[in-house]
Design a protein around this ligand. Structure first.
Ligand SMILES: [Zn+2]
Length: 356
């Protein structure tokens, strides 16, 4: 059963390649070809990712819901950052609601990209290189199978052998990182008509229209001509049920709109009054000290409004922070101990206009 892959054949390979290994009853694949999978079924795989330093592989759990009728292939990607677990839960809940016998097209769920980061509830990929360092896996896309770090190679494998030959559109699920909290938030390049449509189907609390950030999966996909957006589902490390429910509702709306599943649409951005901006003001601590927050998520703020203060070990106030823009609070620090340079708050606003 083991099939060796000639790297030069990767771009055109339409087949699913089984390595012959079975892990916990689940077949291991080194390449996914959704087109040739049996229709009307859900398929579970472990995708063979990059090797560790001892030669064993990291394996990424993948579920493919393959409909009975032709239609688009939607990728749902979670766990690029390992402490952002609500994305994994949201994607699991979407997949549990799909009936492949009644579906058109297919959904590819990637349930935990950054394996060592997920295992240790850390944001970044832990690498043994240099005596132990970390790589932000959402700055390395589209990856490189011959890259200088395992994380870059892992991204390259997923990009070449799982995503790019299969998916027509992608939703990438995140949360804020450990120590902070976030709203149910979208990053989307609304200049792209399909991305705009996907975003408008999401009952997010807030949305930033932006051209994207180099190295993110979202931006790499958009640059490759595949519509994609990033969904932030609140805070890290624990499930956020209300925001997860919103993310599931938005995802199912996308699947319904593009004809993969039937049924009435849930709430959309217009129905929940998603606040749209095109910039985030990031206020960072100028000094060290304990942080007292004076605002919380979704608070509306005006320029000059106090948003936080810091005290030293003796209780003296050593810094006060004020909003510089009119907007709505999107991210707040939750850790009280606050080093210089740490993010205190992010405010969603519209450049040159009032947030509507
Ligand atoms: Zn993230």
């Amino acid at each position: 059963m083991t099939t060796l892959i000639n790297p030069s054949s990767i771009p055109n390979l339409e087949k699913t390649v089984y390595t012959g290994d079975i892990l916990q009853g689940v077949p291991v694949i080194s390449h996914l070809g959704v087109g040739e999978l049996a229709p009307g079924q859900c398929h579970r795989f472990f995708f063979e990712g990059v090797q560790m330093g001892t030669g064993q592989h990291w394996y990424v759990p993948v579920v493919v819901a393959k409909g009975n009728r032709s239609g688009p292939c939607v990728g749902l990607v979670a766990g690029i950052h390992g402490d952002e677990v609500s994305g994994i839960d949201a994607v699991q809940r979407v997949m549990a609601q799909l009936d492949p016998t009644a579906m058109a097209g297919s959904v590819v769920a990637v349930l935990g990209v950054s394996r060592p980061a997920v295992e240790y509830t850390r944001s970044h990929w832990l690498t043994a290189q240099g005596g132990g360092s970390q790589v932000d896996m959402n700055r390395v896309w589209p990856g490189n199978e011959a890259g200088a770090t395992a994380a870059t190679r892992h991204a390259g494998l997923l990009w070449n052998r799982l995503l790019i030959n299969n998916v027509d559109m992608v939703i990438d699920y995140h949360t804020v990182t450990t120590g902070s909290d976030f709203t149910l938030f979208l990053f989307a390049d609304l200049r792209q008509p399909t991305v705009r449509q996907m975003a408008e189907l999401f009952p997010a609390e807030q949305m930033q229209n932006d051209p994207g950030l180099a190295g993110t999966l979202e931006t790499a996909l958009v640059e490759a001509g595949i519509p994609a957006m990033t969904v932030e589902i609140g805070g890290p490390r624990r499930f956020d049920p209300t925001k997860i429910a919103g993310a599931v509702e938005g995802t199912l709306n996308v699947l319904k709109h593009y004809g993969l599943v039937d049924g009435p649409l849930g709430r959309t951005a217009a129905e929940v009054g998603t606040v749209v901006g095109d910039a985030l003001e990031t206020i960072r601590a100028t000094t060290g000290g304990f942080l007292e927050m004076l605002v919380d998520l979704r608070d509306r703020v005006i320029p000059g409004q106090p948003i936080a203060r810091q005290r030293n070990a003796f209780g003296d106030v050593v810094a006060e922070y004020r909003a510089g823009v009119m907007g709505e609070v999107a991210v707040v620090a939750r850790d009280a101990v606050c080093e210089p340079g740490s993010r205190v708050v992010q405010i969603l606003y519209s450049q040159g206009a009032t947030v509507n």
